[in-house]
Write a protein that binds this ligand. Structure first.
Ligand code: NAP
Length: 326
């Protein structure tokens, strides 16, 4: 695969393709002022990014849409040059909710379609206006989901032209197989978005997905922003890793660039989040060098097999995905 800054798309199993790097847009509530996302997406498009990862849950999808539309209006890009991934949140898994939820995303974006729409996680929460529903004692309100029925509703959205490709996120092998083995499956998942970086390299899930022509999209490819509310910060900061920094020095790069290059060089899509101009640029400058086979092996060996994003608050959910080996 010859990846360059202007040509770095990877084929998907449905005939579409996905740029191997995208801009992540998740922001912890209350951490940055409004419109930072708008400016970041515009800047990213100017710098050569053609893929944006977002979600209605992130509460800034309208900024992403505005940025894309402004860049189209300027003549910088055409709609078909841009790849946007949106996500179906856990309170919207009932089949009759799927299309209205996707339409709400399109309304936020003010776009006619999304390129990829993924089930955000394989654990249903009680439908309603709350993103994070709990009872009066603070107990999580779970919701039983028939993921095959949810998937069929997503297939209908693709057939209606509202979305080009369908995928999942945080699914384990068993949960992927449930969809892959569904009788009458019309559209296979093209991707599984999961945590993936040099400290959590996902060798078994990656192999399984490759065997089924499903791409892995690496969320938190730089090791997250380390918010202790949802991140396991007992794992040391990835970007301070001594080996990554020694390789970075050799190439006159940063540890972040090495972590991203490692993934793209093994066919894993990366979606680093930054709203900082310098770092948005830095994260895209990963096409002008290549790691040796030995370096790839040594970076793979950094794998600690410990998740940063464990979603432990839902560990008693009947569909909790991370109890299985992979
Ligand atoms: P990440 O991309 O691994 O790391 C983001 C953090 O690293 C931010 O604090 C960012 O700060 C900083 N950063 C960015 N570039 C850097 C660089 N070159 N050097 C040093 N620090 C740098 O974390 P993430 O946001 O968790 O994951 C990325 C995206 O994946 C999300 O934004 C979201 O779109 C998606 N995601 C999906 C799921 C899911 O369940 N499907 C879960 C988590 C994330 P600055 O902004 O200040 O640069």
């Amino acid at each position: 695969m010859n990846l360059t800054a202007t040509s770095h798309k990877v084929p998907l199993n449905d005939g579409n393709s996905i740029p191997i790097i995208g801009l992540g847009t998740y922001l912890d509530p209350g951490t940055e002022s409004q419109n930072t996302c708008l400016e970041a997406v515009k800047m990213a498009i100017d710098m050569g990014y053609r893929h944006i990862d977002g979600a209605y849950l992130y509460r800034n999808e309208h900024e992403v849409g505005l940025a894309i539309r402004e860049k189209i209006a300027e003549g910088k890009v055409k709609r078909e040059d841009i790849f946007y991934c949106g996500k179906l949140w856990a309170t919207c898994f009932d089949p009759e909710m799927v299309r209205p939820t996707l339409e709400r995303t399109l309304q936020e974006l003010q776009l006619d379609y999304v390129d990829l729409y993924i089930i955000e996680m394989p654990m249903g929460l009680r439908p309603g206006n709350e993103f994070y529903p709990r009872d009066k004692n603070g107990k999580w309100l779970y919701h039983k989901t028939d993921f095959c029925a949810t998937w069929e509703a997503l297939e209908a959205c693709k057939d209606a032209g509202l979305v080009k490709s369908l995928g999942v996120s945080n699914f384990n092998r068993r949960q992927l197989e449930l969809i892959l083995d569904k009788p009458g499956l019309k559209h296979k998942p093209v991707s599984n978005q999961v945590e993936c970086h040099p400290y959590f390299t996902q060798p078994k899930l990656l192999k399984f997905c490759q065997q089924h022509d499903i791409v892995i999209v690496a969320h938190s490819p730089l090791g997250t922003a380390r918010n202790p509310n949802w991140v396991n910060i007992s794992v040391p900061p990835l970007l301070e890793d001594a080996f990554l920094n020694s390789v970075a020095k050799k190439y006159n790069k940063t540890a972040a660039q090495i972590a991203l290059r490692f993934n793209i060089q093994r066919g894993v899509i990366v979606i680093p989040k930054s709203f900082n101009p310098q770092r948005i640029k830095e994260n895209f400058q990963i096409f002008d060098f290549a790691l040796t086979e030995e370096e790839m092996t040594n970076i793979e060996a950094l794998n600690k097999n410990i998740r940063l994003v464990e979603l432990l608050m839902w560990s008693d959910h009947p569909d909790y995905p991370f109890s299985d080996e992979y």
